[in-house]
Ligand binder design. Structure first.
Ligand code: ATP
Ligand code: MG
Length: 246
């Protein structure tokens, strides 16, 4: 049985889609089969971030409405020698949560990881598609607004009874933390009350990757941050202690 990662946030624009793409790519590069699904109906973007928009024919609703099988609708988004499987969000109509639940359940029997990129905002009907074994990753920046919304989101996700709800702190500027402009790591954890699984720096490599559709430069700090998160997800003991010095 594969694992299900639900990438969410309270506030919009904090980096969910960038995190979804890079966690999916990194897990895939480490030998796991991965299906990445864009759930942001009407505002899809992962096809652009993966550089496959010119190959899109089918989307999630084609599978949910049984026009196509999952295997027919996925796109293979090659990343070096790896094949990340990708299913695009519908252009308009929101996916039906019950049908999506069934698809997710099936996909988890076929892949090591299924990664869901949720739209921003409070827990709504779409979350009815999540089985209890889903692991939520709440993406958040270190500013007060983002942290408050992450806390609210985290509480709602915990109420759904999900297996785990963890925090990814994205767009972190250690300079801003040292200068007291944003929360530091400890303050961020306290601010939203979630267990931290990783810290991703503010990074031009991530921005360029999202704009170009190409993978992040593998030796960059950003790529290494995603490797640490992937390893933690895979059960390796990678300490978070070094952040405490900030
Ligand atoms: N760590 C980072 N460093 C630099 N730029 C980043 C980082 N993370 C995300 N970005 C950039 O921020 C912008 C918003 O990111 P993204 O689309 O992933 O956010 P989102 O949370 O999915 O947004 P939405 O709520 O609209 O779905 C993108 O241009 C992306 O390239
Ligand atoms: Mg997004």
């Amino acid at each position: 049985m594969g694992r299900l990662l639900a990438v969410t946030s309270g506030k919009g624009g904090v980096g969910k889609s960038s995190v979804s793409v890079n966690i999916a790519r990194t897990l895939n590069e480490r030998g796991n089969s991965v299906l990445l699904i864009d759930l942001d109906a009407g505002m899809r973007c992962l096809d652009l971030m993966l550089g496959v928009s010119d190959r899109l024919i089918f989307d999630l609703n084609d599978v949910l409405n049984k026009n196509k099988t999952l295997e027919e609708a996925i796109i293979k988004a090659s990343n070096y020698s790896f094949d990340l499987h990708f299913l695009a969000a519908p252009l308009k109509e929101k996916p039906d949560p019950a049908a999506l639940y069934d698809l997710i359940t099936y996909a988890c029997t076929r892949y090591d990881f299924v990664v869901l990129d949720f739209p921003a905002g409070a827990v709504d009907d779409l979350y009815k598609a999540l089985p209890r074994y889903a692991e939520a990753l709440v993406v958040c920046n270190a500013d007060a607004v983002s942290l408050r919304d992450a806390g609210i989101m985290g509480d709602s996700l915990k109420k759904l009874g999900l297996m785990s709800v963890r925090l990814i702190l994205n767009r972190v500027s250690f300079q801003n933390m040292r200068r007291g402009i944003t929360a530091n790591i400890d303050e961020a954890i306290d601010g939203c009350g979630l267990r931290l699984i990783g810290v991703i720096p503010q990074s031009m490599d991530i921005y360029v990757s999202c704009c170009s559709g190409k993978a992040i430069e593998p030796k960059s700090r950003a790529a290494k941050a995603f490797v640490r998160i992937a390893k933690r997800l895979l059960g390796y003991d990678i300490p978070l202690m070094s952040y405490k010095k900030i």
